[in-house]
Design a protein around this ligand. Structure first.
Ligand code: PLP
Length: 790
């Protein structure tokens, strides 16, 4: 295909869909036509891939969230035609970046968990692995965020408003999902997942809920308009909106409907395909299907497969159970108590009576097994799946899956030694670690082409894009001043680009020569944006006290959405925005520090932020962040971590060297030891400066608009509340250590060459954190599937 042909196709699309040629088309229309052209180009390979995968074993990745972001740039890059299309558009005076920005993010996820699923799909396709993603086609993705007077305001994310050129509805594959209160249709919308530098094209199949009969004209004709509309809405409600809670269970009936809806549809899909290709003997089902459950959200798949195999396909219970356990594997993503999903038994019984019975039977079977093994009554009560009118989804998962994995070495260790100790003792062979990763295609090649070009030039090959471990070969340039200078020039370019973008979108001017110190992730107490805020405020007060205090100018950048119902997280956003007003508006500070909280942090904003960072803030309370993947995106762009010994930070430092990062704070062991007698007031009284910044919440320095939210925040640190201890996340314990680590950053940055080396050593040692490595491990150690290149 040449450029001319490509543009001819774009022109044809425009005429067909919008009745105009390229010269009259809007940005949106041009984007749409280019996307449709790509879809046309890949159609045959997509079909060929599907046919090729049919015969052998496939893996299915079940996830309630896929945080995909934009597809256009990524797909053009993976097809290897980005430069060609860019040039062809250039000739017509069209900037490809403009078209890319016309695309709405597919924000069908909250944060790390959903983004991991998206990175996994990219790696599966790139590795030619037969893997299909299954999820929900939410009509509204993660809400859009803006700030009004420093408060978060949410707006619905109607991402399909301008159409969706990347999805194909496959009506012929629709299935029916049944609840006690009625049936709905599940319509699959397939998105192609293009691998990098391969013809294989995998599929993300997202289910949309629709009424069985589009509109009941009987009711309509009988003048029962309301009822007709209600029926339609009742069905469509199921896939209407993504629940915006990150790491927090949501016990609502609609959420349960969502889970069962996409799980049942996906399993019915697999069963139909199995029948087509392998007949009706389901004893071999697991030889052809490996199903990964991304967290507990799809765990209802275990009783649902039992239902389908026994009730529908006539299998005996014991045989079906063997198949089920062989089919499923479960990924645990958290040890936060508030995130461990448990459902009210009554809710299950009411909405899914048959599934409820099956879970009861699974529970009974498990209790019998434990009895036979000589477990005591108390032990059994602690471990059984149904207890105190609750269904414990994680327990059901571990019992019903052949493998359970954690997502970073430290996380898996904590699971095995503490949280899931009983389970590990029962099934030691079922536990594995799979350290998370990120795709180098989106998080380096697409978002930082300048750095990608330098790497390719130095290595003399693009092979690193599919084998990230090859970055290690660049270690020999660590003392090469010329290379380091080019490297830091690229960082400067990315910082200028970000500064321009922030100026456009936030209306704030930042200095590209200052240190860009960035904390971007969901807003959560355990992630401790508040610790960062307290440090900034402390630095501000120290600068006021001592105008001679010499620091390297610093820009503190935040990006985070708070769950709409998470009051305290919203208070932290308001607090940081208040600090920004105070600091940015104070002429005595002479621009030495600046604070920016960017609005609507999401995948597309992330692509601009990661490459421009000098400091990666990963300051969660030790033991609380299962892995983190933002930390890896920073590393991949040559940014040192300022962080705690938590999640994958531990492995990042192991790879890049402690000397090239800034590690501080209490470790897990210490926190376990002090937690029962921890008293934040001791630190509050004794650590210089700490009282001042905490009390700034309530002493009139800041205005929370009369909400009382700052008072509540203050209290949560010093007094605690009914549902948690004072300073639950040990901010006071770590404050002093954090300030010291921040001073170490300041000093290190003053030595440009030494600083560049640290950055370089992070980049060249980031090879482990490619999802290609992670997925290779899942394929070999859990799914037992082989590449199948078309
Ligand atoms: C990577 C990513 C995350 C996860 O960040 P953590 O720092 O690991 O919590 C969340 N949101 C977006 C948009 C991301 O790209």
């Amino acid at each position: 295909m040449n450029k001319r042909n490509f543009m001819d196709m774009v022109d044809t699309m425009l005429r067909a869909d919008f009745g105009k040629g390229i010269e009259k088309a809007s940005k949106q229309e041009k984007y749409y036509a280019v996307a449709k052209t790509v879809m046309t180009l890949i159609a045959d390979d997509w079909n060929r891939t599907e046919t090729a995968y049919k015969q052998g074993k496939q893996a299915c990745y079940l996830s309630a969230e896929f945080l995909m972001g934009r597809a256009l740039g990524n797909n053009l890059i993976n097809l290897g035609i980005y430069e060609n299309v860019k040039e062809a558009l250039d000739k017509l005076g069209i900037d490809i970046r403009d078209l890319e920005s016309a695309e709405e993010d597919a924000g069908l996820g909250n944060g790390g968990l959903g983004r991991l699923a998206a990175c996994f799909l990219d790696s599966c396709a790139t590795l030619n692995l037969p893997v299909t993603g299954y999820g929900i086609r939410y009509r509204y993705g993660i809400f859009k965020q803006r700030f009004e007077k420093g408060f978060q305001v949410e707006e619905g994310d109607h991402w399909l408003r301008w159409g969706d050129p990347w999805s194909v509805p496959r009506t012929e594959d629709r299935v029916v999902v049944e609840f006690s209160d009625g049936k709905v249709q599940a319509i699959p919308y397939d998105m192609p997942i293009l691998g990098y530098d391969t013809k294989n094209i995998n599929t993300l199949r997202l289910w949309q809920a629709e009424p069985i009969t589009e509109f009941d004209f009987q009711l309509f004709n009988n003048q029962k308009y309301d009822q007709a509309v209600r029926e339609k809405n009742r069905a469509e409600d199921i896939s209407r909106v993504l629940y915006p809670n990150d790491s927090e269970k949501e016990g609502k009936i609609l959420r349960l409907k969502q889970q069962y809806f996409f799980v049942s549809a996906s399993l019915q899909d697999m069963i139909r395909r199995y029948k087509q290709n392998h007949g009706k003997d389901f004893r071999e089902f697991a030889q052809f299907h490996a199903v990964q459950l991304n967290d507990t959200h799809p765990v209802v798949a275990i009783p649902e497969l039992m239902r389908l195999l026994t009730d529908q396909e006539g299998m005996l219970w014991d045989e079906a159970w063997k198949v089920t356990v062989k089919t499923f594997a479960y990924t645990n993503h958290t040890i936060l108590a508030e995130a461990l999903e448990q459902w009210d038994s009554a809710l299950y019984r009411k909405l899914l009576p048959r599934i409820y019975q099956i879970i009861q039977q699974i529970d009974k079977q498990f209790v019998n097994e434990l009895k036979e093994k000589g477990y005591s009554k108390e032990q059994i009560e602690k471990m059984r799946i149904m207890s105190k009118n609750r269904i414990r989804m994680a327990w059901l998962a571990i019992y019903g899956c052949h493998t359970t994995n954690g997502v970073a070495a430290l996380h898996t260790k904590i699971l095995i030694e503490c949280e899931l100790k009983d389970w590990y003792e029962l099934y030691p062979e079922r536990f594995q670690n799979k350290t998370n990763g990120v795709t180098p295609r989106r998080w380096l090649l697409l978002s930082n082409p300048e750095l990608a070009d330098l790497i390719t030039e130095l290595l003399g090959t693009k092979a690193w894009i599919k084998d990230l471990s090859r970055l290690k070969e660049l270690e020999k340039y660590t003392d090469n001043q010329e290379v380091l200078e080019r490297f830091m020039k690229i960082k400067a370019v990315k910082k200028r680009q970000l500064a321009a973008y922030i100026h456009d979108h936030e209306g704030i001017l930042i200095d590209p020569n200052s240190i860009f110190d960035i904390q971007i992730k969901r807003l959560h107490e355990y992630k401790r944006q508040l610790l960062n805020a307290f440090h900034i405020l402390d630095l501000y007060y120290r600068l006021k006290e001592n105008p001679e205090l010499e620091i390297v100018p610093r820009t503190f950048i935040f990006g985070a959405k708070a769950a709409p119902g998470y009051y305290r997280a919203k208070a932290v956003i308001k607090f940081i925005n208040e600090i920004a007003v105070l600091v940015n508006g104070d002429p005595e500070i002479h621009g030495k520090i600046k604070v920016v909280f960017v609005q609507n942090y999401g995948v597309s904003y992330a692509e601009k932020l990661f490459p421009a960072a000098d400091v990666s803030e990963q300051i969660s309370t030790a033991g609380k962040e299962a892995s983190g993947t933002g930390n890896m995106k920073f590393m991949l762009n040559g940014t040192p971590t300022l962080g705690t010994y938590d999640g994958a930070n531990v492995e990042i430092v192991e790879e890049a060297g402690e000397a090239n990062n800034f590690i501080f704070g209490a470790r897990v062991e210490e926190l376990v030891e002090i937690q029962d007698h921890y008293n934040p007031k001791v630190y509050y009284e004794q650590v210089p400066g700490l009282k001042r910044v905490i009390d700034a919440l309530t002493d009139g320095t800041f205005d929370d608009g009369g909400t009382g939210m700052f008072q509540e925040l203050h209290q949560s640190i010093l007094e605690g509340a009914a549902w948690h201890k004072a300073d639950n996340y040990f901010i006071c314990r770590d404050f002093e250590d954090y300030r010291k680590a921040q001073q170490a950053v300041d000093l290190a940055y003053r030595q440009p060459l030494e600083w560049a080396k640290k950055c370089w050593l992070n980049l060249v040692n980031s090879g482990k954190f490619s999802t290609d490595r992670t997925i290779d491990e899942y394929a070999k150690k859990i799914w037992h599937i082989e590449p199948n290149k078309i």
